[in-house]
Write a protein that binds this ligand. Sequence first.
Ligand code: NAP
Length: 314
Amino acid sequence: MPDNSEHHRVVIIGSGPAGLTAAIYTARADLSPLVIEGIQPGGQLTITTEVENYPGFPEGIMGPKLMDDFRRQAERFGTSFITDAVSKVELGERPFRITIGKRSILGDVVIISTGATAKLLDLESVNRMMGHGISACATCDGWFFRDKEIVVIGGGDSACEEADYLTKFASKVTIIHRRDELRASKIMQQKVFDNPKIDFLWNHVVVDFIGTETEGLQGVKVKNTKTGVESVVKPQGAFFAIGHKPNTELFTGQLELDSVGYIITEPGSTKTNIPGVFACGDVQDSIYRQAVTAAGSGCMAAIDAQKFLAEQGG
Ligand code: NAP
């Protein structure tokens, strides 16, 4: 039976800074990339408010606006888009097959930029106040809490690193941890124990956030895990640091992933273990996780993909 699948030279899965930068570069190389942008296009920046650390915007820029500009730039050079979620990826042979519901797409190369998702608590108040006093990115949002009190939720390296970083701005940072012992490495633990601006609320979990989009955060309702007693602390900002989850479910069993699910790329490149499949952005980066580093690796993936296609004969 003839295969009526659409065939593209470059298929990019994911539409954050990494995927859209890969699109801009491959589009400008006349490869007419297809971006499958998911059902909530734009990645993590679309859930932040103002982005003040992306170079080139001295006055800052709103996250959604930045991603819209990335998208328009990619479109201008001939990128096409599908606003839907990929249901299946088959990377066993080239061209690779990507399925979206009933639609089947073939790609000579695939660039994966599906990102990572910060783990949050499943509370209605979190959805309502994300970007209005609640954040999951200290480097993105710490600046907004100058001389304010902040809580950081979590007990791993991220929580310690974020808490330490946030003391540059905040008058006081309290780490709320569900146990009485940090999971973080000893060196990070020492750093937070030595920091006079950091305090700890041990054996507590957050049960709710109090506040509104307009008033901001008014309080955090916590519960003692030993006694069950609930109380309210009153910071102006709350940062989640309970881990990130790379969005790699589609690739499990096909691509080499590390022990926590990030795609392993060859050092200094975006090559995965499958020739012709490249990964960029947070899906392969558990360390930097910045829009600008994601964009940089998207550019690398585009160049790696072009080189691969040229080596395959065009
Ligand atoms: P992590 O090590 O998985 O730590 C997550 C923390 O959040 C744990 O303390 C955990 O508590 C807590 N937590 C998880 N779910 C929770 C929930 N529902 N409610 C309350 N607390 C919850 O994640 P991470 O800190 O993001 O680190 C991820 C990886 O990156 C680690 O391998 C880490 O070493 C690495 N990393 C390294 C650096 C560095 O070297 N500079 C910096 C950042 C991250 P429990 O401890 O009770 O499980």
